[in-house]
Design a protein around this ligand. Structure first.
Ligand code: PMP
Length: 287
């Protein structure tokens, strides 16, 4: 991703893509001092841009640093960057990180840097292919407790176990992994939230030690519009035996059906399909 044409917004200005480098002594690289966002543009418009930028600022605040720009400046840069790169269907990645002035755990005086990159992201799978459902492995890594890590921040350091889980799953031929939490309850996938369907109701884990995804909240609203009951609660792994359908939600994942999680099988059923189409219509502005 580093050697190509295009524009990246970095520290307040638009710079050529391949010039956007950080020093090797950057705190973010050594100690995980970074937060980021991930959002999608559909037909030239970024879905829930304001919510994503608000979360970026909250994440930074939770890690104790102040972004030296306003939320409006970040929003404007995201939109302008799409134009500058001639993109309409794209992924947009803002990232904020602690720089390289102090070399050690403490980094109070380090410059806070910010960058935004956008790249093309057309719908990769046809609806027919996604309709088959993804296969998930069950990770050995667990989401940490809220007093172990800043679990509600979209902080880069929290993704170490996500990458390890995803790599282990892919090595075994799975698409992704389901992670349990520190109590052994069902939590989420490596970059997406999870929902289940049983007897016409939706069941989803309470997001008390992982991100309450913007897509998760959107899908809960869409379900309510369809008079589908949504139950947020602790879900134990054994319960997956009795669930009929399962799907993931995320800005990148959108609404993606699951066919397997470890030993458990699911059908790609009507409720999943309906929410998939509702979400698609909403993000594309047809709703
Ligand atoms: N959990 C994790 C670990 C994620 O990385 C993401 C993607 N940001 C989500 C959940 C879903 O969040 P959202 O719907 O806001 O993209």
């Amino acid at each position: 991703y580093d050697d190509r044409d295009g524009w990246i917004w970095m520290d307040g200005e638009y710079r050529p893509w391949r010039d956007c480098t950080a020093h090797v002594l950057t705190h973010a690289l050594h100690y995980g001092g970074a937060v980021f966002e991930g959002q999608r543009a559909y037909n030239g418009k970024i879905f829930k841009l304001k919510e994503h930028t608000e979360r970026l600022f909250k994440s930074a605040e939770m890690l104790g640093y102040k972004i030296p720009y306003t939320q409006d400046q970040i929003n404007d840069a995201c939109m302008e960057l799409l134009d500058k790169n001639n993109l309409v269907d794209a992924y947009c990645r803002p990232v904020v990180w602690r720089g390289s002035e102090m070399m050690g755990v403490a980094a109070q005086n380090n410059t806070i840097h910010a960058a935004i990159a956008v790249w093309e992201w057309p719908s990769y799978f046809s609806p027919e292919a996604r309709m088959k459902g993804l296969r998930l492995d069950i990770s050995k890594w667990r989401r940490p407790a809220a007093d172990t890590a800043p679990v509600h921040a979209k902080a880069s350091g929290l993704y170490m176990i996500c990458t390890m889980s995803k790599h282990a799953a892919e090595a075994k031929g799975f698409d992704d992994a389901l992670m349990y939490d520190y109590r052994g309850q069902v939590a989420e996938a490596t970059g997406a939230n999870i929902f289940f369907v049983k007897d016409g109701d939706l069941h989803t884990p309470t997001p008390d030690c992982f991100l309450n995804g913007i897509t998760r909240q959107t899908v809960i609203e869409l379900a309510k519009k369809r008079q589908i009951k949504v139950i947020e609660r602790a879900i134990m792994p054994e319960e997956m035996e009795g669930f009929e359908q399962a799907f993931l939600t995320g800005s990148a994942a959108e609404v993606t059906p699951l066919s397997e999680i470890g030993p458990y099988n699911f059908e790609v059923g009507d409720i999943t399909k309906a929410l998939m189409l509702d979400y698609d219509a909403l993000v594309k502005g047809e709703a």
